[in-house]
Design a protein around this ligand. Sequence first.
Ligand SMILES: Nc1ncnc2c1ncn2[C@@H]1O[C@H](COP(=O)(O)OP(=O)(O)OP(=O)(O)O)[C@@H](O)[C@H]1O
Length: 295
Amino acid sequence: MPASTPRIKSTGLHKGEIAPGVAKVDPIIIADKVTRTFGGLKAVDVDHLEIPRNAITALIGPNGAGKTTLFNLLTGFDKPDTGSWSFDGTALSGVPAFKVSQMGQVRTFQLTKSLAMLTVLENMKLGAKKQRGENFWAALIPSLWRAQDDEIEERALDLLKRFKLDTKKEDFAASLSGGQRKLLEMARALMSQPNLVMLDEPMAGVNPALTQSLLEHILDLKDEGMTVLFVEHDMQMVRHIADWVIVMAEGRVVAEGPPEEVMKNTAVIDAYLGSHLDTDLGIVTGRIDENGNPL
Ligand SMILES: Nc1ncnc2c1ncn2[C@@H]1O[C@H](COP(=O)(O)OP(=O)(O)OP(=O)(O)O)[C@@H](O)[C@H]1O
């Protein structure tokens, strides 16, 4: 990975001894007893979790650990069996996805959701937060819509320039490469001027040149005062940009902490790298005891 401008990592994010569920000095999300079961499988079983504000947090874990399901729950795209959580001090359980994003918490998807037969610019405009028509009286005054349309277009063009997609503004999203579509999705998420940006595998399927640019964009978000939570498989990326790492396995948080600390943790090595293949992952996650009995 080519060297980039070094950025300062955020430290001192937690309070007290580091352990799964540790309290944060300034949490933007606080979740309690969040569970989600599919059939007999507990995909998410999070006792307590806090996400630090204005930092970059990576959510890692093996396939099927429950990372995407947790994203879906926190953003209102899925409903939990139990649990509650808050965003910026406001209870969010039961709040639908479109309202969650209006409140300043946006997310992207593992498989990009850009609308293929709309142009890049049209995709961007759809990401804007307040559209005319949401306010009945404003919808009756054409000059207000025009001012709003101009403002939205200006913001979209600024963001497209920043993500080097401005020359493609009239192209259909379908014609973009996988990496460009990831950039478009991130740019579109910023149209709603969020406080918290949640990125589900932003680097997956992106070529190395664009990966570097995506990483820089993620670091920029923090510099602009946003909080980032992202799912990632590649430990090197995580080490490079994350201030804090949360490790999930079998639906549970098995470790968390600053990247260097977390990567030394044996629970992480077991969950992630499977270095002790003779040990059932259930022992690491506290699902079963040493004899294989449920706990
Ligand atoms: N809609 C669903 N119906 C049934 N099972 C599901 C559903 N969504 C997720 N699961 C199951 O829940 C578990 C957690 O899946 P999830 O996609 O959240 O994991 P993940 O950590 O994001 O994995 P990956 O890294 O592969 O994306 C998996 O066993 C998965 O098969």
